[in-house]
Design a protein around this ligand. Structure first.
Ligand code: SAM
Length: 222
């Protein structure tokens, strides 16, 4: 069963040194979890988008890394980073521009302003919400896109053990707390498919992805 506790990164101001350090740790955690490769692999089966919105996209570094894997086949994509904190840096925007993409931000709560986009993504984000909130979020997503991909923590004992060990990698107390919390709130089985709104001709795929992840993909039939 999923267990949710508030994550510390969500509670700290963007300019808090512990939050800044934890966001740096996230780059390492994403790389170890292979989140960029998993997201790029799942996205490569979608038609090239004009607009891609990344929910809870944080500093945009995760999506930039995904963009570097896809830009050769997907030209001129407009990326919209949606997050409560408006923290996409100038260098990150320049990174997207170097690929021929553009990057804008939408600061605010996803529940208040869900953007329209050809593709919507979420990385290490959906697990922040309980099932009732997730149902609302997925309903809003269905109304705004025809392709959705989420890469989330897998809820199992192997991932939980690994989360307890992130301090060994040099990650700070915020990252350690949030890594453990994320696995406990993570997903298994068909957790997300069960919450996906019925009808509308969607093809769903949901599975574990090694070493520590859970990937969900939904595409509307054309
Ligand atoms: C674990 S971080 C992941 C960031 C990014 N996806 C990555 O992989 O580096 C979760 C992000 O969700 C954002 N967030 C949490 N709740 C949110 C909400 N209700 N609306 C918008 N953003 C939210 C936080 O500010 C944070 O940047």
């Amino acid at each position: 069963m999923r267990v949710l506790v508030p994550e510390l990164l969500d509670l700290l101001p963007a300019n808090d040194p512990r939050a800044i350090r934890s966001r740096r740790d996230l780059v390492l955690i994403n790389a170890i979890m292979r989140q960029q490769a998993l997201m790029a692999g799942a996205l490569s089966r979608c038609p090239p988008p004009r607009i891609l919105a990344d929910l809870g996209g944080g500093d945009g570094l995760f999506m930039l890394s995904v963009a570097r894997r896809l830009a050769k086949h997907w030209p001129n994509v407009q990326v919209l980073i949606v997050d409560r904190q408006d923290i996409v840096g100038r260098e990150t925007r320049a990174g997207f521009e170097a690929l021929g993409w553009s990057c804008e931000t939408q600061a605010g709560d996803v529940f208040e302003a869900m953007p329209d986009a050809d593709i919507i993504t979420a990385n290490l984000f959906l697990h922040h919400f309980d099932d009732a909130a997730l149902s609302r979020l997925l309903t809003a997503i269905v109304a705004r896109t025809s392709c959705f991909v989420a890469c989330e923590p897998r809820r199992n004992s192997f991932a939980l053990l690994a989360a307890h060990l992130v301090g060994v990698l040099g990650c700070n107390d915020v990252t350690l707390h949030d890594a453990v919390a994320s696995v406990k709130a993570g997903f298994a089985g068909q957790d997300l498919s069960r919450l996906w709104p019925q009808g509308g001709g969607w093809r769903l795929a949901e599975a574990a992805a090694l070493p520590f992840s859970h990937v969900f993909r939904a595409q509307r039939d054309v």
